[in-house]
Design a binder for this molecule. Sequence first.
Ligand code: DQA
Length: 148
Amino acid sequence: MKFVIINGPNLNMLGTREPEIYGKEDYASLEACCKSACKEAGVLCEVYQSNHEGEIVDKIQEAYGNADGIVINPAAYTHTSIAILDALKAVGLPAVEVHLSDVSAREPFRQVSYAGMACIKTFAGYGFEGYRKAVKYLREWIDTYKEI
Ligand code: DQA
């Protein structure tokens, strides 16, 4: 089983970027956390980050036929991108949305998630741990529903 873990814009600035919201650990640590979560769940993974909407769409499309599930933190594109929503719907792979911060308790413009409309579950406000939860949830969801 293989998952693609996709991170959107400015997540490469973790550690430097608003540490009071996103924490002090850097993107390399997040990548390591994602890889260890996948290892723990017994799945292969690719961890990808881009600041560009079209590249994220390309990565979602590339997952079709190459991966069994997607974990995605579209970052700011969460709240704006119908293209990412459409890409998730187009490939039809089970996807789980993650946010480091609790977006539901932040500015009103963060209350809408387009990508979330194509996801089976969202974990928000758990920091890096949210990715671990997402990987575990996705693995269990696929084990339960894939062959049905
Ligand atoms: C974020 C929340 C988004 O609103 C924000 O634009 C981000 C990060 C999070 O992980 O908490 O860049 O997705």
